[in-house]
Write a protein that binds this ligand. Structure first.
Ligand code: F6P
Length: 324
């Protein structure tokens, strides 16, 4: 292996830059050349490549987003797209890849490996924390802290007006952000896709909190929850005469959770995994993701990363019933 290619793909996540920096510097330290592939698989198909040296990753450990940019590529989902990408990689003498991204990124990487025998190691970068094979993904801790900070702000207004707030957080079809920011933000109720949410139960709980105890209430709703997110629940409550006296608002935190400077924890995680990804390739591993499990780096086959569902901690869920 003489030349390593590196790319970020899918939704950007805080800490992707710190990971990229670690990948580039580890590769250079091991006398490899490094090509940055811009805009994920889209750039790989088009040959949007840039030579990287130590200075091209200076001063980025603290920044959100991704200096290589990112994309979700429709073309790469088809065999012809992947064949074009493999041809570009070969023409540019790229021998192996580090992919920084989430499950869509790894599905693509694994196909590239299977169809074109391309050595590839993944580093988990997504705010959703929904990847099997790592206790935390790069960007999750930052997104969680952003969500908590915003819930704290909403709480001030909820208290001042004795209001009910439905706060919707990201996570696609996983509830890691919702569950943990709900606990950290002292939410009275947390609704996540991993559990069955019934509207009658939601209404009953809110009414008992708002009417009997006359308290402000914050309900954290994961965007993937089956009741249609904060807006869906808001509409159902507005249509119910029992809620006519309740002052109610919904807030969708949306992409505020994706950007911003990575936390210390994400910077360290990203740096460790970036180094480990390159070292794994040098050790001859491929078609695997490097994750952190119980404080140790661990390799998991890519097909297990996207093929298995990472479980939430059900003890945390019990905790919310005691604490609210
Ligand atoms: O996977 C990260 C994520 O932010 C999810 O939480 C969210 O569902 C999705 O990406 C949003 O994607 P986009 O930025 O393409 O709208």
């Amino acid at each position: 292996m003489q030349r390593l290619g590196v790319y970020t793909s899918g939704g950007d996540a805080p800490g992707m830059n710190a990971c990229l920096r670690a990948v580039v510097r580890t590769a250079l330290t091991n006398d490899l050349d490094v090509t940055g592939i811009r805009r994920g698989y889209e750039g790989m198909i088009e040959g949007d490549f840039v030579e990287m040296d130590r200075r091209s990753v200076s001063n980025i450990v603290q920044t959100g987003g991704t200096v290589l940019k990112s994309a979700r590529s429709e073309e790469f989902m088809h065999e012809e797209g992947r064949a074009k990408a493999a041809q570009q990689l070969r023409q540019n003498k790229i021998d192996a890849l580090v992919a920084i991204g989430g499950d869509g990124t790894f599905r693509g990487a694994s196909k590239l490996h299977d169809e074109h025998e391309f050595p590839v190691v993944g580093a988990p970068g997504t705010i959703d924390n929904d990847l099997y094979g790592t206790d935390a993904t790069i960007g999750y801790d930052t997104a969680l802290n952003t969500a908590i900070e915003n819930i704290d702000r909403v709480r001030d207004t909820a208290d001042a007006h004795n209001r009910l707030f439905l706060v919707e957080v990201m996570g696609r079809d996983a509830g890691f952000i919702a569950l943990n920011c709900g606990i950290g933000g002292g939410a009275e109720l947390i609704l996540i896709p991993e559990t069955i949410t019934e509207m009658d139960m939601v209404k009953e709980r809110i009414l008992s909190l708002m009417t009997a105890q006359r308290r402000s209430t914050i309900v954290v709703v994961a965007e993937g929850d089956e009741l249609g997110g904060a807006r869906g629940i808001e509409q159902a409550l507005r249509d119910d005469p029992d809620f006519s006296d309740i002052d109610l608002r919904s807030t969708i935190l949306g992409h505020t959770q994706r950007g911003g400077a990575p936390t210390a924890s994400d910077r360290v995680l990203a740096s460790r995994l970036g180094v480990a990804a390159v070292e794994s390739l040098l050790d001859g591993h491929s078609d695997v993701m490097v994750g952190l499990v119980n404080g140790e780096t661990k390799l998991t086959p890519l097909r297990n990363v996207y093929g298995r569902r990472k479980s939430i901690d059900y003890d945390l869920l019990k905790l919310t019933q005691i604490l609210s």
